[in-house]
Ligand binder design. Structure first.
Ligand code: ADP
Ligand code: MG
Length: 291
């Protein structure tokens, strides 16, 4: 064999056995298709959904935290998830973001990306952003620097030191500052912001990556009434361009933002519909609202 042919053969073998640049192995067919779609920054939403869970279950020490859960989110939708403590809301987000692996079931991003094949980092890179309950901004840095830092996917010190925003990124940063109502606070140290402003900043950091789907776990907990109203406006302004899944207990907030509400109970969907519909549902009143 010529060295050329040997090299070709070795390359083909590597392509089959090693993760490629996007971290996935190529086995042809559907999977190779996923990689192409993810790289192009496009999620296949031809079937009218950005996220699709079916028959998902996960147990912790024999306890079923998620039990045969099925859920469908449309592109641009703002879905509210409510339910009693321990219903599995956070665990559901852990599954979508790759933090927890289910024991069974399917989880698809668009109609072609099987999320169960990817790790947390890859899932975030594909455009699923997650906001945890507690704000985790860099307190010693300014608002501007926090947003700037959110663009750095390569956390190596050297590349962080020499990182410069290009003009598209500068524009995006300015736009995000306005969206999160912090344009006049850009130079303030994040540690000096109010609790609500820190939450917005963290949402802004997610927005810098222009995620297709945003998962927000109890975003208005601890906010003042005014901050809560502003957050509702913020979320309403984000939908359509982004899809959002919002877990919240604050019913006045849900009322402001909700289109479709899903009630989780014991790891599965108890009811789904408009807020009025689920509020009048006997089962929902019994396990959640009535208490
Ligand atoms: P919610 O967010 O709706 O309040 P969670 O998803 O946090 O509910 O929890 C659902 C159930 O699963 C709870 O009973 C919780 O104790 C349990 N649980 C969640 N994560 C774990 C874990 N990593 N190990 C063991 N049990 C867990
Ligand atoms: Mg929770």
């Amino acid at each position: 064999m010529t060295p050329d042919l040997m090299e070709q053969g070795a390359r083909r073998l590597r392509a089959l056995t090693e993760p490629n640049a996007s971290g996935k192995t190529e086995s042809g067919g559907r999977e190779a298709g996923f990689a192409r779609i993810a790289q192009a920054g496009e999620v296949d939403i031809a079937h009218g959904r950005i996220l699709y869970l079916e028959g998902v279950s996960v147990s912790f020490d024999g306890f079923k935290a998620i039990n045969n859960l099925s859920l469908d989110i449309a592109p641009g939708e703002l879905r509210c998830i409510i339910g009693p403590n321990g219903a599995g809301k956070t665990t559901m987000m852990d599954i979508i973001t790759g933090k927890t692996r289910p024991n069974s079931g399917t989880v698809f991003f668009g109609s072609t990306i099987d999320l169960l094949r990817y790790n947390e980092f890859e899932i975030a890179q594909m455009g699923i952003g997650r906001k945890f309950q507690k704000p985790t901004v860099f307190e010693q840095l300014s608002v501007f620097e926090n947003l700037e830092l959110a663009l750095k996917t390569n956390k190596a010190v050297k590349s962080a030191l020499f990182f410069k925003l290009d003009s598209a990124q500068s524009d995006r940063l300015a736009q995000v500052l306005c969206t999160i109502h912090l344009a006049s606070d850009a130079r303030r140290m994040a540690g000096n912001l109010s609790h609500g402003q820190k939450q917005w900043l963290e949402i802004g950091m997610l927005l810098m990556q222009d995620p297709k789907l945003l998962l927000l776990d109890e975003p208005v907990a601890g906010m003042t009434d005014e901050e809560t109203v502003r957050t509702a406006e913020l979320f309403i302004s984000l939908k359509k361009h982004h899809s959002l899944i919002v877990v919240e207990h604050d019913m006045s907030f849900i009322e402001r933002i909700s289109e479709k509400v899903t009630v989780l109970h014991e790891g599965s969907v108890l009811a789904e519909g408009t807020l009025a519909q689920v509020q009048n549902n006997e089962k929902v009143i019994e396990v959640y609202l009535g208490r």
